[in-house]
Each structure stands twice: as structure tokens, then as C-alpha cells.
Design a protein around this ligand. Structure first.
Ligand SMILES: Cc1ncc(COP(=O)(O)O)c(C=O)c1O
Length: 366
């Protein structure tokens, strides 16, 4: 049988997610040991110390299945967020949650609207469920354009994904724009706000989506332990949504979708608000150092509310390669005139700055 008859045709245009280059690949290519992976917005430090100790303790018990209901973690999240446990869903990374929301709601031929450039998983969700993707350009300052998103909504729209802060650009929409949007968005549309970088934002007008739940409105928020909490390799995220939607997501998820190590790690990370505050302050300090150099060299960038910076360049391929040769792995986006760098520790910042300065010295431009 030809594979094209077996495999769903709507998967044809999809390209499997391409992870950033691994350190070992670059070590070989660049012939250097000290390589900095700044391509996936991971935190430079390991998991929180209490989380690490608790995760080590459960290893001898991995002969048992995890708690399929993530009860202890949901209770802790419920307390931490001030929302009922029944409205919380815990998933294998927030990526899984984005897919499960699609699985629970999208019919073939529906439309899924999102800003672009944005997180690559949104078009993947559309293709997975045979929906039509509708990409809406960002504002001139690289944030989601909520008015343009409203314009793009039709009676076929099932989901609107809002990425705030947006990956890869790092900018946010603010409270007044979100409130205007919520007043006008039609009731048949599920609004999914992806707040993967929530913990890094330092802006008084950033809207915390949780404040806008009224029990009725089809609104969901997705967050992750992969970024601020350094649990990317453990795979755990969560969502908050109205109860009927949480129950639907529960029906389509795998029974043991979140492993024990991840659940325990997340549980013991949440309480450590001092560590979160310290990491947030350090992230702001590292960004300030990089901005100062970009400003001095007149390199354009989007001021970021996250742990990454979107740096503009007319020569993304050349600059990406030149960075690699200096052992810095950035993220490129094909034709997009920009590269994205994750913010790391002091050392990573030194390396990033030295690499950018060297490229400008060698080529006269970035
Ligand atoms: C905007 C956004 N959403 C979701 C995710 C998925 O994160 P995870 O599945 O690790 O929770 C990422 C990861 O980079 C992201 O940038």
C-alpha cells in the first residue's frame, strides 16, 4: 500500500520540529570544547535545589506508575494560583497541552488563528487536526496584534492562540489591549493564552490571564516548568481552564502523561519564590548587559520580556554560522531577518557579547 494512502494527507506539508543544534554537534564542527547552547530558551542553572533532592529520592520507586491525576501537584498549584483544583490540568510539557486542547475541540475544517512569527507548535496543532491555520502579522513592535486577530476571526474559528510574551520576539501585549480583546471576541472562540515565559515578565501592565476567568468564558492559560524552573528535560507544564474543558482534556490525555520525577520536581519548585525572584533579577541584569552592547554597535533588537532576545540582522545565515564558529548556538528562522539568543548566566553573556563584537569587527555589520 502506498504510504500516502495510509498517512493522513494533512500531515504532508508539516515539517517535523527541528530542535536547536546540540552542544556535541557544535563541539565537533567548531572544534572547541566550550560551546554555549542559547537556542532553546532553557535556564542556564539546574533545577531548584529542593526539587533536585526530591527528584533524586523518587528514583528507586520508578517501578510504579506515576500519580495519573497529579493530585498532590494540583493541590499545590491550586493553592499557589488561587484556583480550584478541578480547573487545573497537568501535562507532559505545555506543548502537550496545546495539542490536547486541539484534540479536545478542533473539527476538520475549523480555523485556528494565531500571530506570526510565533511558536511553531500552533501551525502544527492546526495541521494535526485538519484545521485551517490563519497567521496574523505582529504589530510593528513585534507583539501580538489583538485588533488584527479579532479581524481574522470568522464563524469557523475554533481556537485563537495568543503567545504572551511572544516567542520568538519577546514582546507582550498589555492589559488594556487584552481587555478590549476579551470584550469583543465572539463566544464560540476558545482563547488559549500561552504564558510559557510568564515568570520572567517585569511589567506592571502585563495581564495575568488568570484574572480574567469568570467561570463561563472559553479561556485557557498554559504555563510551563521548562523555563524559569529549569525542568525542560523532565517535561511538565500545566493549564488552567473552565471545568468542562479541563474534563474534556482529561479524557483525551494519556492516563500517565506526566512522569513521577517531573511531578515531584514541579511540586518542590513552586514554593521557592525567593529562587524565582533571584533568577528573574539576574535575567534582567544579563539582558541589560546585552542591550548596552547592541545599542553601542547600533544593532536593532526587540526589547524582551523573556529569557531571550530577538536580534535583527539582514544576514541571519552568515551571522548564525559566524556565531557557531565561536561556539555560540543561536536560533535562526530561515528567511526571517533575525536571530534569537537565550539569556544565560554571566559567562554566557560574556561569550555572546564577545561573539557579536567579533562578527561586527570582522564584517562591519551583524
Ligand atoms: C511559547 C512557548 N510555548 C510553549 C513551549 C513549550 O514548552 P514545554 O513543552 O517545554 O512546556 C515553549 C517552549 O519553548 C514556548 O516557547
Amino acid at each position: 500500500m502506498p504510504w500516502s494512502e495510509l498517512i493522513r494527507p494533512e500531515l504532508e506539508p508539516l515539517i517535523a520540529y527541528a530542535p536547536g543544534l546540540r552542544v556535541s554537534q557544535v563541539r565537533e564542527r567548531a572544534g572547541m570544547d566550550d560551546v554555549r547552547k542559547l537556542s532553546s530558551n532553557e535556564h542556564p542553572a539546574g533545577p531548584f535545589p529542593r526539587a533536585l533532592a526530591a527528584m533524586a529520592k523518587v528514583l528507586p520507586h520508578l517501578n510504579r506508575y506515576p500519580d495519573g491525576g497529579a493530585i498532590a501537584l494540583k493541590d499545590r498549584l491550586s493553592e499557589h494560583l488561587g484556583v480550584a483544583r478541578e480547573r487545573i490540568v497537568v501535562t507532559n510539557g505545555s506543548n502537550e497541552l496545546l495539542c490536547l486542547l486541539g484534540q479536545a475541540t478542533v473539527r476538520p475544517g475549523d480555523e485556528i488563528v494565531f500571530g506570526w512569527p510565533s511558536f511553531v507548535v500552533y501551525p502544527m496543532v492546526a495541521a494535526m487536526f485538519a484545521a485551517k491555520e490563519v497567521r496574523v502579522p505582529l504589530t510593528s513592535d513585534d507583539a501580538y496584534d489583538l485588533d488584527a486577530i479579532l479581524e481574522a476571526i470568522t464563524e469557523r474559528t475554533r481556537i485563537v492562540f495568543l503567545c504572551n510574551p511572544n516567542n520568538p520576539t519577546g514582546n507582550i501585549y498589555r492589559r488594556d489591549a487584552f481587555e478590549r480583546f476579551l470584550d469583543r471576541v465572539p463566544g464560540h472562540v476558545l482563547v488559549v493564552v500561552d504564558e510559557a515565559y510568564f515568570e520572567f515578565v517585569d511589567d506592571a501592565d502585563y495581564p495575568d490571564t488568570l484574572h480574567y476567568f469568570d467561570g463561563e468564558r472559553p479561556l485557557a492559560v498554559c504555563r510551563t516548568f521548562s523555563k524559569m524552573y529549569s525542568l525542560a528535560g523532565a517535561r511538565i507544564g500545566y493549564g488552567v481552564m473552565p471545568e468542562p474543558l479541563a474534563r474534556a482534556v482529561d479524557k483525551v490525555r494519556e492516563p500517565f502523561n506526566v512522569n513521577t520525577v517531573a511531578q515531584v520536581g514541579a511540586y518542590y519548585s513552586l514554593a521557592d519564590t525567593d529562587e524565582v525572584a533571584a533568577r528573574k533579577a539576574d535575567n534582567l541584569a544579563q539582558k541589560a548587559r546585552i542591550y548596552a552592547v547592541l545599542d553601542r554597535l547600533a544593532i536593532a533588537y526587540t526589547p524582551s520580556h523573556t529569557n531571550f532576545i530577538y536580534v535583527k540582522t539582514d544576514r541571519p545565515t552568515e551571522s548564525f554560522q559566524a556565531l557557531l564558529e565561536q561556539g555560540v548556538i543561536a536560533r535562526d528562522f530561515g528567511a526571517a531577518p533575525a536571530l534569537r539568543f537565550s539569556i544565560g548566566n554571566d559567562d554566557d553573556t560574556d561569550r555572546t557579547i564577545a561573539a557579536i563584537e567579533r562578527i561586527v569587527a570582522d564584517s562591519g555589520t551583524f
